[in-house]
Design a protein around this ligand. Sequence first.
Ligand code: PLP
Length: 410
Amino acid sequence: MVKRNVNIAKLQAGYLFPEIGRRKKALLEKEPDVKLISLGIGNTTEPLSPHIIEGLQKEVTRLGTPEGYTGYDDDAQAQEFLNKLKTEISKNWYNDIINTDEIIVSDGSKPDCGRLFFLFGSDVSVAVQDPAYPVYVDGSVMIGATGGYNSDTEEFDGIEYMRCTAENDFFPDLSKVKKTDLIYFCSPNNPTGAVATTEQLKELVDFAKKNNSIIIFDAAYSEFIKEKNLPRSIFEIEGARECAIEVSSLSKSAGFTGVRLGWTIVPQELKFDDGESVRKDWQRVMGTLFNGSSNIAQHGAIAALSDIGLSEIKEKVNYYMENAKIIKDGLEELGIKTFGGINSPYIWAAFPGKKSWDVFEEILTKAHVVTTPGAGFGKAGEGFIRFSAFGKTSEIKEAVKRLQENFKTL
Ligand code: PLP
């Protein structure tokens, strides 16, 4: 028998979403006629928009012709399309502040986060926001970049947890954060919905440069930023080109959660301590572990990044943000303090003095609404519930109505 990878064995048993599933199942076994409404997931629910569908369909048709067929992306025609996509990303997503050869197109930001663990290996120290999207910690554990799970602290030894709470405006007090090689930072944030300001990100960039750290900036929700003065990319911040990598995708904004198209930006200036180019190594990692994003998805993305596509994206984002407002207003009317939900599809609701799993259970059993307990995202998430704005507006309204009816008794 082969020995199990000790790093995988160190992971906490897939806790959050399986546990939510278990509790939903238990309720439905007791009350089979209940119609649950989910405000718990980060999955998109609106169908793809017409111009994007056209882009996808045209490529499918082209692939069925002898002259249009392309396979791996090393032939001239495939390269031409990939370059077009990178030009559109640079121009329409980044206002030309990124060179096309700094954009490495992929199948999404989560897979890129996974491959980034190969870029840095196990001999790195890691800082994450607390609460955080679980991939940063779990991936670091899998690659062996951490010590074991410490049941006393209920955290992994060796990970630097940067507390993001209402008290610090969901931006860590960097004077208390230890120097690490990597700093994972997500803005707009999943789960808190907080968006870092230019000043805050400048502080983070200065901190990273002082410590010779690399920031891995997760911008998966950048399109949800409405307020013009808030930065959508870490590369809007002076100095970031020497200390940051950005992962992004069309998943949440264009509904590409299933189509799969993302990218990672690795600037030319970013170097390892021996002066070697990080971008060169990233290209090597990608060349080894990845065979290019789907040519169909690439054409969908080219359509999504055109003027018409971008206005369709805006419409979609506005739809979800209307949902966010309905949830946020509904909770606030109940006297529940909420954060986020203005420049992000997540509303982070505070239930001081309560355990998030208890609140989750109460909402599930009384209102038949599925949410996500904040504690599942890290210790600092205790006492919070994450509400997601992805869903049908009619269901969101019904869920809020149920919350309002039932919270009177909570
Ligand atoms: N980053 C964050 C913060 C997310 O919440 C998610 C998905 O929920 C992802 C990345 C994954 O996105 P993608 O579909 O691009 O892999």
